[in-house]
Design a protein around this ligand. Sequence first.
Ligand code: GDP
Ligand code: MG
Length: 431
Amino acid sequence: LTERFSKAFAKVENSRKLTEKQINDFLREIRSALLESDADYDVVKDFLKRVREKALQEDITKKVSPFEHLLLTVYEELVKVLGETVSELKKGTVLFVGLQGTGKTTTIGKLAKYLKDKGFKVAVSSTDVRRPAAMLQLQRLAEKVGVPYYHFDEGLSALEIAKRSQAKAKEDGVDYLLLDTAGRLHIDEELMEELSSIKSAVSPSEVLYVADAMQGQEALRIAKVFHEKIGLTGAVLTKMDGDARGGVAFSLRSALGIPIKFVGVGEKLEDIEPFYPDRIAQRIMGLGDIQSLIEKAQQAIPEDEAQVLATKVLTGSFDLEDLLKQLEFMEKMGPLDKLLGMIPGLSAQLKNLKIDEKIIKKKKAIIQSMTKEERRNPLIINMSRKQRIAKGSGTTISDVNKLLKEYEEMKKLMKKLKNAKGPIGIPRLPF
Ligand code: GDP
Ligand code: MG
């Protein structure tokens, strides 16, 4: 979907004035992209109608180009369709449903931590009686988070476990009881019956559908069945750290009207965040997840240093000293491929690129072998200086040359980002 958006945008990006035909072609592209990502037909029709009307309106109050106007319009409407941020969960018993492998158990672990960190009293329990390993998985997660896992004798039915867990949670004065359920590889009657009976017995405050973002069309189809039979109050979109860019969010939200409450972005316990429609809209449009990037960066970079760095990027005074700092931040921030997906304008094919952490170490070594003066003003680095730097860092002159060239490209790129009005393609990664 993102790629299609990027392509559609690329066609109109440089036009000074958009003809009606250009707008129509653009909208047709967006339409098939959205439909291919399993959005509801009527919603897409509505969506495009609104965009079209707005796009044709000449907005003289805003000083934007026709392209920017179109871009903003699609963005604003997408955010609208995606709904608001509603990451609050109603206190009580929260039931997690979905097919096997979508991330239910993992999500319960993450949310247990998320809610506990907010100061709530949390307990978890599993009704996945057919798979002892799945129950053990939840028990381990609960131990890690430090919340009670309700354990019952073997042989109890899923329904009985649900009832007893709820009674125990009440006794313990728990704010949230997170209840895991069995997943199947496909929808079957027995599973639905079991869920229905659990639902009527415990009257959950929330029934959350856990959807794997990589599932595509399947996720929506299955969600529909769950919604009809059980009734859903919200969804959690998992594996958004992968290639999937959020088309499923648009579909789930628009076709079923249920809010997406959380987004899973990795396998670790802290890899969960509230659903922010503006971020997903940016991702769908290929604008990059700017907000997440900023927040992520601020976690690793002290605030004032982040400010200084941002100013340097904006004023173009970014030198090798800053590059060194950035390399250090990148190391601290962990897996780079995760971050790459958040960089504005980075296209899908680049996302698959694995970044070698060793290369970062090497680049750091090269800069560290330079004098302060050289770092501030790389232009003075002549052949003999290069020789010295290569020797000092245990690299070759061509390595040094490469780094200097990449620095130049990075500066160019920053200039471009600074002036960018819409999504831009990054020609080559600086690392
Ligand atoms: P369940 O069968 O629905 O309970 O699924 P699990 O919680 O056991 O998860 C299945 C697999 O998906 C596990 O390997 C998880 O680590 C992985 N997983 C779950 N959520 C995420 C996520 O947000 N990102 C990634 N990358 N993997 C996830
Ligand atoms: Mg499970």
